[in-house]
Design a protein around this ligand. Structure first.
Ligand code: HEM
Ligand code: HEM
Length: 196
């Protein structure tokens, strides 16, 4: 139930997956909103604070998820998966996990190099120290570009990933999506005992 079984994801992996997926996709939208609200500085400032807070939360959850993924064996590929598909899926998953850590990290670097020196108060509760980087407009612009390219690039990859999952579920009917929704789905379908 909690841990992955050979055929299905466990509840912990499922909760991590959907919480981080929603946060990450929401953050791309929120980051974009910070760029188009220049006409309302008050609103833009508030959006920035939410963007930074939710970004730190995403990074912490992504680090915990990485630790969990390294500690637990992954379910086997669904039946009729070719070797090439299995490699592509595995590479995509690893890249997405890396991006949920690197993208917030580069955002943190933008805030840390900005000459505006606006402190990062996560959820108005915790003062997150800046990274030890030199502040300058050039450094801020560089990190800002890296942050934007990685964020939008990961958005494209996540879109392809979600499309592949839906294709597997509804065209091939191999239960790919179901096993990321319910911890016992595949085990029960196979007549096995759900893993605890
Ligand atoms: C899941 C994590 C994150 C995602 C997906 C994300 C995504 C984005 C996106 C899409 C933009 C708009 C880029 C553009 O159109 O130029 C943006 C801007 C920005 N983000 Fe993030 N971000 C994340 C986390 C963070 C964190 C943790 C911080 C800081 C602590 C941060 C700071 C910023 C800043 C300062 C900008 C404005 C950059 C500029 O002025 O050009 N982000 N982010
Ligand atoms: C609505 C969008 C999404 C759908 C429908 C979706 C669906 C799925 C499914 C069905 C799996 C299981 C694949 C398998 O059995 O091999 C999976 C795994 C995975 N997905 Fe997504 N996903 C979505 C968004 C995302 C996002 C935004 C990220 C990260 C930014 C992400 C990262 C991952 C990772 C890392 C795995 C590997 C398993 C794990 O460690 O959690 N997914 N996804």
């Amino acid at each position: 139930m909690w841990r992955n079984s050979p055929h299905s994801y466990g509840l912990i992996a499922i909760l991590f997956h959907w919480t981080i997926a929603i946060l990450f996709l929401g953050q791309i939208g929120l980051g974009y909103l910070t760029q188009i609200t220049t006409g309302d500085p008050r609103l833009q400032f508030d959006l920035y604070q939410w963007h930074k807070s939710l970004g730190f939360l995403t990074m912490v959850l992504a680090l915990l998820r990485l630790a969990w993924a390294l500690a637990a064996a992954k379910p086997r590929p669904v039946p009729r998966t070719s070797r090439l598909e299995a490699i592509a899926a595995s590479l995509t998953h690893s890249t997405l996990i890396a991006m949920t850590i690197f993208v917030p990290f580069t955002g943190w670097a933008v805030a840390s190099t900005s000459p505006l020196m606006i402190p990062s108060f996560a959820f108005n509760l915790v003062l997150v120290p800046d990274l030890p980087l030199r502040r300058s407009e050039a450094a801020e612009a560089l990190w800002s570009n890296i942050h934007a390219y990685l964020a939008y690039g990961s958005g494209v990859l996540a879109f392809l990933h979600a499309t592949a999952a839906l294709y597997h579920q509804f065209a091939r009917r191999d239960g790919t999506l179901t096993r990321m929704l319910s911890p016992v789905s595949q085990d029960v379908r196979r007549g096995g005992t759900p893993a605890h």
